[in-house]
Design a binder for this molecule. Sequence first.
Ligand SMILES: [Cu+2]
Length: 157
Amino acid sequence: MKAASALTAGVMLAMWTGATLGAGMNMQKSGGEHFDFGHPGPGSGPVHVIHIRALDTLRFDPSRIVVTRGETVKFVVTNVGRLAHEFVIGDAAEQAAHEKEMQTMPGRSMHDVNGISLPPGHTRDLVWTFTRDGTVEYACHVPGHFAAGMVGKIIIK
Ligand SMILES: [Cu+2]
């Protein structure tokens, strides 16, 4: 299990590195992951609080949000259903990598800086500062959920 985990992490890191090559890097994260659209944690400005609900219909409500570049967003995500869900932010390549990891290691604990796991009835938050404009996704990778469309869009402008 340990070797498989290290291998998966290596593959994901390689994908992230490829996806972010040449982009404006920030070095504020722990764990060696890089995200070209921002970083975990607060910036220097005010915090924009956005409430999102994870639904057992395999949707997020809302399914589309708009944020301003440079803004720190505190996502307050509530799982109002009876199924486990998660909330992971990332570009399309990162979502694909995470989906692949969840297919090979279902039930692993969430340790990524860009995601939170949401047991039924729980509310958890994720603070992220968006430093570039573009489109990022938030998705649930509990097996079957992403494929069923449990994904939303963050428009950064
Ligand atoms: Cu889900």
